[in-house]
Ligand binder design. Structure first.
Ligand SMILES: Nc1ncnc2c1ncn2[C@@H]1O[C@H](COP(=O)(O)OP(=O)(O)O)[C@@H](O)[C@H]1O
Ligand SMILES: [Mg+2]
Length: 335
């Protein structure tokens, strides 16, 4: 039964990343940013990708668009298939047809994504000109107005420049630019991290409203488990360049079975409904990506670490669609 479900699922998969390895060659060392990263995303699915700084989240998103910094960043192993297209062997023309049109990305630092000398309206218009050259001028103008209204900016302000806008409004424009082409997939890389807290809340509220109106699949990259719970259908937890736990929001937030790292993440969030003496931060630091440990990369910080964990990398053990990469869950169905 499970097998049938999985086959049906993979047919509608929009994005399939398998065993992806990516590294950055710097003068000092080789940074192993992705180390066997697996992920499947279905059409329309909203997935939260959670992990601490340096876990490889941005590298994964850039890899999907083949935008790793040239010469320094490279994919060394694995595959990325987007709607049947093998991204790693796609031609520049095929990639151009994907980027911005079928897949949009909101970058981690949106303030640098806007051109200071072009009006905000023209920047949104530019996206349409580039990807839909056949569209008439009237159609384009109407679309720009429509998307500006959708993100809560009056179209009457489209002749203004980015410096005339507040941080939150700039971010709305960046979101408008990402959405105006009606992409099938939106990669939102920490879209609110650079904003102050009250504006963060407004932008998240906007994203929630948009969620109802858009059919796009979405990868919401964040280190905030609270945001994911409100916004996403599914969750993937990333540690040292690997997805170490995945499942539905219900699977992960039930907190009955979790990867020890995920449990650690939950223990770091204050909970208003239960009394705990202290929050428990995860001891130690994330594995050094230039010198990854043998075996499970979380082992050096794990309260349940055994001999086996230090020697052997765990597989993803699956219970239904809830997967945990940890030897403690060995004996379950293996992916
Ligand atoms: N251009 C780069 N050159 C060298 N190392 C990089 C570069 N970009 C990212 N890295 C390193 O790759 C690892 C993963 O980074 P990143 O994908 O940005 O993680 P995240 O988005 O989860 O914070 C980190 O150790 C980071 O320092
Ligand atoms: Mg990042």
């Amino acid at each position: 039964m499970d097998k049938v479900l999985q086959t049906a699922g993979s047919q509608e998969a929009l994005l399939e990343i398998h065993d992806l390895h990516a590294e950055y060659d710097t003068d000092d060392a080789v940074v192993h940013a992705l180390n066997g990263f697996d992920l499947t995303l279905r059409r329309g699915e909203k997935l939260g990708l959670v992990g601490e700084t340096g876990a490889g989240k941005t590298t994964m998103a850039l890899s999907v668009l083949r935008l790793l910094p040239p010469r320094v960043g490279k994919i060394t192993q694995g595959s990325i298939v987007y709607d049947g297209l093998d991204i790693l062997s796609a031609s520049p023309k095929e990639l151009l047809a994907l980027r911005g049109a079928r897949i949009s990305m909101i970058f981690q630092d949106p303030m640098t994504s806007l051109n200071p000398v072009v009006t905000v309206g023209d920047q949104v218009l530019e996206v349409l000109k580039l990807h839909f050259p056949e569209m008439s001028r009237e159609e384009r103008d109407a679309k720009v107005d429509e998307i500006m209204k959708l993100v809560g900016i009056p179209p009457s302000r489209k002749g203004e420049y980015p410096h005339q806008f507040s941080g939150g409004m700039k971010q709305r424009i960046v979101i408008a630019m990402a959405l105006v082409s009606e992409p099938e997939l939106l990669l939102a890389d920490e879209p609110t991290t650079a904003l102050d807290v009250t504006i963060q809340a407004q932008i998240l509220e906007l994203m929630k409203q948009l969620k109802e109106k858009l059919n796009s699949a979405m990868v919401l990259i964040t280190h905030d488990l609270g945001v994911v719970a409100e916004f996403c259908d599914t969750v993937a937890i990333v540690y040292a360049g690997e997805v170490i736990e995945q499942g539905s929001v219900e699977d992960i937030y039930a907190r009955t079975d979790n990867h020890p790292y995920t449990s650690g993440l939950f223990n770091c969030i204050p909970d208003l409904y239960t009394t705990t003496d202290r929050l428990q931060p995860i001891p130690g630091f994330m594995a050094d990506p230039t010198d990854l440990p043998q075996g499970c990369s979380f082992a050096p910080r794990c309260p349940h670490c055994t001999e086996r964990c230090l020697k052997e990398s765990p597989k993803m053990y699956l219970r239904g669609n809830h997967g945990i990469k940890c030897h403690r869950f060995a004996g379950e169905e293996v992916k």
